[in-house]
Structure formats: C-alpha cells, structure tokens
Ligand binder design. Structure first.
Ligand code: ATP
Length: 553
C-alpha cells in the first residue's frame, strides 16, 4: 500500500475519533477487536444513510424495466432465530474458514497465515486437481516465499508472488487466488485473468505447504492440522447450556426475510414481482477483523430480497429474473453515485466461474476504492440466487421438494419465485462516505473538511453570532430556532469565528450563517459555503427558503 494512502487513512481515523464519528468499542478497557461505536456525528451520519436507503428503495422505489411498477415492503426480524433456519440456509454446514489451534496455549489462528508458498513452474495446463498434483511431484520449486500474514494483506501477498515469478504488473486481476484443495488442507491455486483456462497464467500453480512445519507464534507450541471454524456466534437460549439449546446470532438479515416470505405474502397483498427489505444488525466471528470498520464482527446490513417469476413462466410482457438482476445492479450503482461516491472509485465487478455460489446465476460485487488498499473492496453484492433459498426453506420447514411455491393466478402456473438480492453493508457505506468526503485543501485556514452530500451530512446548518454581545445573540437565536424546526442545526457563540467554521467543516456542515455588525443595519446575514469557503449575504428572513432550496437535492 502506498504510504500516502496509509497516511490519509490514519488522518481519517484520527478525525473520526476527534470529532465523534467513530470510537473503538469499550475503549476504556482496551477495546475489543472487530467492534465499534458511533459517536454523536457518526450516529447521525449512519442514520441518514439508512434513511436514504429506506426512502429510495422501500418507500419510493425506482420504476422497474419497461416502466413496470412494483411493491416494496419492510420487515424487522429477530436476531436470534430457530437454529433450523441456519441449517436450511447452509450456514451451519458451510459458513467457515480453516483454522489451526496451538496445542499448548490454545491460541487460534487462520491456517493460511503460517504457510509457505512453494511455487513450481509446469509446462502443460493440468485438467484436474489430481493431474496438477502429479505434475507438481515432478518439478523443482521455483520460489519459496514465507508469507507470514499474507491473508491480512492480499495486495502484499499478490506482490510477493508476482515478484517471485517476475510478473511485471502485480494486479489482483492477474492473480485471482482461489482454494482448490478440498477440506481446507491449505493448498492454493493461482487462476488466470482468463477464467476459462485454469492455471494457465504462465502455467504456474502455487502450493501451500501444510502447517505441520510451523510453530505457534506466541509460545512456539505445536499446531493442530487445519479445521473448519464456523463464523457464526453461538449462544444458548433458555436456562440449560447443552447442545439442544444452541442458537446463533444471525450472520445476515436475509434469512429473516425468507422465513417470513409466506407471512408477508398472506398479510400484505403483495404480488410477484415484489421486494422485502430489512435493515438490521448481523454478526460474524471474523477471524481477522481489520481495516477500521470495514470488516467488523458486529455490523449492520441493508438487504432486499426481490421475488420474481422464473424465466420459464414469464410471458412476453414479463420482466425476466436476469433483467431484474441487471436492473437492481444498475439501480444500486446509481444510488451510490447519487450520494457523491465518485464513479472512478466505484467498480462493479461481475463474479465468474468458481467464485459464484453453486446456485447463483449471476452476481456483481459493487466495490469501492478505500484509502486503506490499492484494490477496490466490496460495498455490496447484487446476486441472482434463483429459487435456492425458498426451495431450501420449503424442504427443511415443510418437508416438500417444491419449496415455498406459489400459485400465480395471472400466469396459471405454480412455481418457486426466483430471487434477486441486493445486499449492502450500512457500516461499509458509512466508511466509504467518510473516506469520500474527507478533503484536504492546504490553502484554507484549516485544511481538513468533510464534503458530505447534503442528504447525508449529520448537521445541515450552523448559526453563529459573530460576537456574543452587541445584540447579535438575540438576533441569532430566533434564526436558529427556525432552522432547527426544519433541519438538524447547531448554535455556537464561543471561540473565534475561524475556529467555529473549522469545527463545522470537520463535521461536514454544508452551510454556516453568521450574524454580524451589518445585520442590525440591513437585516442581512452571511452564508458560508463549506466546499468553496465563499461567503455571500442573504436577508435573514430568507434562511429557511435558502436551505430548503439548497438541501432538496
Ligand atoms: P466479504 O467478502 O467482504 O467478507 P461477503 O461477500 O461475505 O463480504 P455478504 O455476505 O455478501 O458479504 O454480505 C453483504 C454485505 O454485508 C457486504 O457487501 C458488506 O457490505 C456487509 N458485510 C459483510 N461482512 C461484513 C463485515 N464483517 N463487516 C462489515 N460489513 C460486512
């Protein structure tokens, strides 16, 4: 990572703490990894983000392809659900990472953290994994890299492999790293940017050695072989603490929607195609929480499950699932752009081949270039999930193969609806909003300011009497009260005017109104624009209209 981007991230983190956007959870006790608290400004910012999403996706959704209107409704489900939900969804069996434990001190680490990469050059492209294994036995290692903590820094890891192989441009596209050995034995393969030809990039696969050669970094004890570790937080429901009472904190909000699919259909007169949305906390016991709030153990999701008619039952007039998928992908990208996320930092990345879940027909990760990395990182996934989820719950809950099928009167057909899932992280977008807004202009008296979109800005306006005397506070107070009825606003009469502007710049407040000596003479006050620093005068009676006009973007 370039040092200047790292320095930018450090400045952003410092500003967030100094101004009360984000604090470390339980900081007074030394914190707890992967958990964060929002301070007064951060709370307002995140609320504005969730409100904007709910307003634009649920209460006032966009019009569908070919002018088709559709309904969106919301649910607010419990965090702890019947554990059978997570068996049906596949989370109990499959939501896991390979881990090793120290036999002495019991510390737990991600298995791939201790591996050495042994890289061998081979001459022909193997067709199967067994082919690859036998090829590898015949060739001498080309390079041997000790990649201590490469998984916590994939860019660094990619660079190491590329430099060992003398690949000039170390991009993540050139080297897509993907596990190929079953059972998490710690082997990795390099796939090429041409996804159809596995291992064809310079025909160089890499192999990770088993962890058996490595010792615990804390106590030098012996390590176990890698074992799968489930990312769901487990708890007990009721007084007993035995296996029959195990329950999980939800790792995603989506399953609450699927579990209530029938309830919603029966109670709210929605008809296919329609969507159910939910905003709420999710929990994942991430092995390596990192990059500030980006990968946390407790976070909030904003998810939509959009139910539509499977292609085989669509009439000519119907929008097909693939069209809905493309529609939602584009809607979601435009939504980020409409809230000031610049398109050159936003990258939709379509998943291909192995990356796609087996039931998924298409998936796009909407990624953003955060300052903590040279690579774009996922903000949201938009997935075409076919009929997988409703079928799974149908089988597990009702014991029926046809899942939660519905009878469609209009098309005279019975089917399990297909699902398009735009799944976004409220905390990740809050972090992206903070990073995008952070601006430094050395020509200003206080160079750092937050260029939030007015809809998201935690405080919309501030009112300052230039000095706390000469009748100025008496004029300022009623103006402040009028603004406060309309928008979140602050009043400040302390310190120099420059310091007050600087504080509001750091909070990202779009407009500051100052009452000065001239106000008494001609009834005008100054308006200072956060982004340009320019000051103009308007009549004090027009403040409400001025803000309404400027903030109604
Ligand atoms: P990643 O690959 O980054 O772990 P994911 O593909 O597992 O993410 P999903 O299961 O698709 O993520 O969850 C949907 C969204 O929830 C993500 O796009 C992200 O915005 C958010 N999210 C997932 N895991 C976390 C986390 N640990 N911390 C913060 N947000 C998260």
């Amino acid at each position: 990572m370039a040092t200047d981007t790292k320095a930018v991230m450090e400045k952003i983190v410092a500003l967030c703490k100094r101004r009360g956007f984000i604090f470390q959870s339980s900081e007074i006790y030394g914190g707890i990894a992967g958990f964060w608290d929002y301070g007064p400004l951060g709370t307002e910012l995140k609320r504005n983000i969730k409100d904007a999403w709910w307003n634009d996706m649920v209460q006032n959704p966009p019009i569908g392809p070919r002018g088709k209107e559709f309904q969106m409704v919301g649910v607010d489900c419990s965090i702890i659900m019947n554990p059978k939900v997570w068996e049906a969804s596949g989370h109990v069996g499959g939501f896991s990472d390979p881990m090793v434990d120290c036999k002495e001190c019991k510390a737990r680490f991600r298995a791939d953290q201790f591996s050495r990469l042994v890289i061998r050059q081979i001459n022909s492209v193997p067709k199967t994994i067994d082919d690859l294994r036998s090829h590898l036995e015949d060739v001498e290692p080309k390079a041997d890299i000790l990649a201590e903590d490469h998984f916590s820094d994939p860019q660094e890891y990619t660079k190491q492999i590329c430099s060992a192989l003398r690949i000039k441009k170390p991009t993540f596209e050139a080297l897509t790293i993907s596990g190929y050995a079953a059972g998490g034995s710690g082997s990795l393969g390099i796939l090429t940017s041409d996804k159809n030809e596995q291992f064809s990039y310079r025909q160089v696969p890499v192999l990770l050695d088993s962890t058996s050669k490595y010792r615990c970094p804390r106590c030098n004890g012996e390590l176990t072989e890698p074992r799968q570790f489930n990312l769901m937080f487990q708890t007990y429901v009721g007084a007993l603490q035995d296996a029959s009472c195990i329950a999980y904190l939800r790792p995603e909000t989506a399953q609450g929607i699927f579990a209530n699919f029938k309830n919603v259909m029966d109670s709210s007169r929605v008809r296919i195609p329609f969507g159910i949305a939910q905003i709420g906390k999710s929990f994942r016991n991430e092995i390596n929480p990192r990059n500030y709030t980006f990968r946390s153990r407790e976070f909030e999701q904003m998810e939509i499950e959009f139910f539509c008619t499977p292609e085989e039952h669509c009439t000519d007039d119907d929008v097909t699932p693939m069209e809905w998928y493309e529609f939602w992908r584009d809607v979601r990208i435009k939504w980020y752009e409409s809230l000031n996320i610049k398109s050159d930092k936003l990258r939709p990345r379509q998943q291909e081949g192995d990356e796609l879940a087996h039931y998924s027909k298409a998936c796009t990760d909407i990624e953003y270039l955060f300052p903590f990395s040279d690579e774009t990182q996922e903000l949201e996934g938009v997935a075409h999930r076919g009929c997988y989820d409703l079928s799974q719950h149908g089988k597990h809950a009702k014991g029926k193969e046809d899942g939660f099928s519905i009878y469609d009167d209009e098309r005279k057909a019975k089917y399990v609806p297909h699902v398009i899932e735009p799944s976004a992280g409220a905390d990740r977008f809050t972090l992206a909003t903070i990073c995008e807004a952070y601006t430094v202009d050395e020509s200003r008296p206080s160079p750092e300011f937050m260029r939030f979109h007015p809809r998201l800005a935690p405080i919309k306006a501030a009112v300052f009497p230039l000095v706390a005397k000469d009748g100025m506070p008496e004029i300022a107070e009623p103006i402040f009260r009028e603004i406060k009825k309309l928008y979140p606003a602050q009043f400040d009469s302390k310190q120099s005017i420059g310091k007050r502007y600087a504080r509001m710049d750091e909070a990202g407040t779009p407009y500051c109104f100052t009452i000065d000596g001239q106000t008494k003479e001609d009834n005008t006050i100054t308006v200072r624009d956060r982004d340009t620093g320019e000051q103009t005068r308007i009549s004090k009676e027009s403040v409400g209209n001025f803000l309404r006009e400027k903030l109604s973007i």
